[in-house]
Design a protein around this ligand. Structure first.
Ligand code: HMG
Ligand code: MG
Length: 309
């Protein structure tokens, strides 16, 4: 009975934004052929993912793994009901991205001044000034715009980050027209109360439907943080197939929370996702096989071990 009461307070449906092809692969040292990335995207959309971050249009000197962005965008098949999102740091990136017809772009700022400098080589204020014309250009063309607020729960250089800083960046993003924000635990140090405080800061600026959680799982807290977010009514999360991921400018940060772990938990809570769990596990096995290592998530490992026995 207690469980039913808890469930009824949670959202009935959750939207997963699959970030594996971008956040998941960007930190891989060995260059992955575009054809493999395309195949991964195909498998993810076949498994029911309807919002996919496919690549980024950043400097190839900074993130060589994403240099094949246009090839990936040209190679994958498009479904009408899937939103294809790409990361864009500046107008140059937007011009290149626009030619590949994304449905959405993501600008990425930070709640931490030091991380902003390391990740995009400018201050928070400068980043917003850079994003403003990008956001305008995208919206003028009918391309949706989301924003990521990195280091919202902690920073590799500054340590604790106060929710005020999250609110500050959310306000700046809102003022330049960013339609949706993802509150990001870049280094995965956050715990549930911290996650709620950071999300509440963003919710002071954005509507509930316009806020997502983006949790890396470095300290194994991501599922707990997602549950804490669900309790606030947040119903959109960025996740990465196989738990791939890490940011090149956040030393030691490991993968995003695994899509299959999140889907397993949500389905167990009676929350709809529209996602076929086995399809995601197969996609995780596919990319792990290509990377030459065992699949990173507990749900995939448990499922695959059961199949082999
Ligand atoms: P910069 O060096 O300050 O900028 O980099 P610049 O304007 O002086 O450009 C340097 C060189 O890059 C020039 O080339 C530019 O033309 C070129 P050169 O003249 O030396 O030959 N360039 C570009 N090339 C392609 N596409 C572009 C572009 N812009 C400049 N768009 C810059 C500034 C922002 C470009 C750089 O810092 C950068 O690309 N940073 C990206 C870092 C990144 O991708 N980090 C990972 C993604 S964020 C993330 O993972 C966090 C997230 O998941 C949420 C979370 O978990 O926190 C979203
Ligand atoms: Mg990330």
């Amino acid at each position: 009975m207690a469980m039913l009461l808890a469930q009824s307070a949670l959202p009935a449906r959750v939207r997963i934004v699959e970030v594996g092809p971008r956040d998941g692969l960007q930190n891989e040292k060995q260059l992955i052929p575009a054809a493999i990335k395309v195949e991964l995207i195909e498998r993810l959309q076949a498994a029911g993912l309807r919002h996919i971050e496919t690549t980024s249009f950043v400097s190839p000197k900074w993130v060589p793994q994403m240099a094949d962005n246009a090839q990936v965008m040209a190679g994958m098949s498009r479904r009408e009901d899937v939103t294809y999102c790409v990361l864009v740091p500046n107008l140059r990136g937007f011009e290149a991205a626009r030619a590949t017809h994304p449905g959405e772009i993501e600008v990425f700022g930070s709640a931490s001044e030091s991380f902003s400098q390391r990740n995009i080589n400018c201050s928070i204020e400068e980043s917003i000034a850079r994003f403003a014309p990008v956001v305008k250009a995208a919206l003028d063309e009918g391309i949706r715009v989301r924003g990521a607020i990195s280091c919202a729960l902690g920073c590799p250089y500054e340590g604790d980050i106060s929710p005020d800083k999250v609110a500050h960046v959310a306000r700046l993003m809102k003022d330049i027209g960013v339609q949706h924000v993802a509150v990001a635990d870049t280094i995965g140090t956050g715990t549930p109360c911290k996650a709620q405080a950071a999300l509440e800061a963003a919710l002071g600026i954005y509507e509930l439907a316009d806020v997502s959680g983006h949790f890396h799982d470095t300290y194994g807290q991501a599922l707990a943080n997602i549950y804490a977010a669900l309790e606030l009514g947040v119903s959109q999360f960025d996740t990465s197939v196989g738990g791939l991921g890490g940011c090149p400018y956040a030393e030691g940060a490991t993968g995003n929370v695994a899509t299959e772990n999140v889907v397993y938990m949500l389905h167990g809570l009676g929350i709809e996702t529209g996602i076929d769990l086995e399809g995601v596990i197969e996609a995780a096995a596919f990319i792990s096989h290509h990377l030459g290592r065992p699949v990173g998530s507990q749900v995939s490992r448990a499922f695959l071990a059961r199949c082999e026995s």
